[in-house]
Design a protein around this ligand. Structure first.
Ligand code: TTP
Ligand code: MG
Length: 340
């Protein structure tokens, strides 16, 4: 599923439903006479040729009457969390792809694809007032293409039998992982659609690109994709830091805070079932100059004692004499999953 004209729809909803049906452009500081690019535009604004990544000044020339608004990222993140919570109620098998899209594995649900789609659309509308488009397909690659086929408020179901008739006529750009460079390369050899791409033998694709990308294009153009829905990402590090209310220069106080942070990091690691092999201490002085010192352990650790020992060794290598400290932090990196 992918939200429709996401940033623009949130703004219309947030500010004033009277903006509904008007051309709305979101980008930069919202001032179309200044530098900046369009983040997104409402479907009404798209009719004037306005699209994402276009300079705001160009958008202004295309439609001077459009309503230009600044980007309010925090609000979009808040709405994103809300609709993802709705989706997780439908199934926990959810891959978080971006701020306005997600992939759901619904293979084991009892209801039909249509029933699930309408339930999702209704619940998202109730929770956020916004519309989304849904694609249902046997794999992630095709579902993503399908979600884009009947925007806005679309529902597109693609079966293996539809690949030749509905996927092959589309531009190669619709395939995940095909950007402007590959598109230009293919155009130069007279390949524009996914179907034309599928007509090329594997050897030719490997010759034009390389082994792994050639293989990818070969299977993607046939609608093959066996990748799983990835429900969570492994954390790469676990860290905690404190900014002091007022800068401090007292070593005892710094040490006490460092010890507290080590206890927090240890707790976080134990909670997520990880051990860290590299412990890093960060110190930011009152002039914002920041130094880090790291220690790699013989064995990955999660205990307060081990983390504290390494952290204090790092702190010992930080210049503190005649310095005021504004922030201190501890990070456990090089994480290993704790299978014990
Ligand atoms: P998209 O889903 O690509 O676009 P969209 O939701 O605005 O419109 P559509 O109905 O076609 O899905 O991107 C989601 C949000 O990401 C979009 O609202 C704004 C932001 N974005 C940018 O800031 N810059 C960009 O170049 C693009 C493509 C998106
Ligand atoms: Mg979108």
């Amino acid at each position: 599923m992918d939200m429709d004209a996401f940033f623009a729809s949130v703004e219309v909803q947030k500010r004033n439903p009277a903006l509904n049906g008007k051309p709305v452009v979101i980008g930069g500081s919202g001032d179309p006479t200044r530098r900046g690019v369009v983040s997104t535009a409402s479907y009404e604004a798209r009719k004037y040729g306005i699209h994402s990544a276009m300079p705001l000044r160009t958008a202004f020339k295309l439609c001077p009457d459009a309503i230009f608004l600044p980007v309010d990222y925090e609000e979009y993140v808040r709405v994103s969390r809300t609709f993802k919570a709705v989706l997780r109620e439908v199934t926990p098998l959810l891959e978080d792809v971006g701020i306005d899209e997600a992939l759901l594995d619904i293979s084991d649900l009892q209801a039909t694809s249509e029933e699930i789609s309408y339930e999702i659309k209704m619940k998202i509308r109730q929770a956020t007032g916004l519309s989304c488009s849904i694609g249902i397909a046997p794999n992630k690659l095709l579902a993503k293409i399908a979600s884009d086929m009947q925007k806005p408020d679309g529902l597109t179901i693609i079966t293996p039998a539809d690949i030749e008739t509905r996927i092959w006529p589309l531009s190669v750009r619709k395939l995940w992982g095909v950007g402007p460079k590959t598109e230009a390369h293919l155009k130069a050899v007279n390949i524009n659609t996914i179907g034309e791409l599928a007509s090329l033998p594997l050897e030719r694709l490997i010759e034009e690109f390389n082994n792994s990308y050639g293989n990818y294009l070969y299977s993607a153009s046939r609608g093959f994709d066996e990748s799983q829905v990835v429900t969570h990402c492994e954390p790469k590090s676990s860290s905690r830091e404190t900014t002091f209310q007022s800068d401090i220069y007292n070593w005892q106080e710094i040490a006490k805070n460092l010890a507290d942070l080590c206890r927090e990091v240890s707790k976080d690691l134990k909670r997520s079932g990880h051990r860290g092999k590299t412990i890093t201490v960060k110190v930011r002085y009152s002039d914002f100059k920041t130094v880090t010192r790291a220690k790699t352990l013989d064995r990955a650790a999660d205990s307060v004692e081990e983390i504290r020992k390494a952290a204090f060794e790092c702190l010992g290598r930080v210049e503190l004499k005649n310095k005021k400290v504004r922030l201190i932090g501890v990070r456990a990196g090089n994480l290993e999953k704790d299978f014990a």
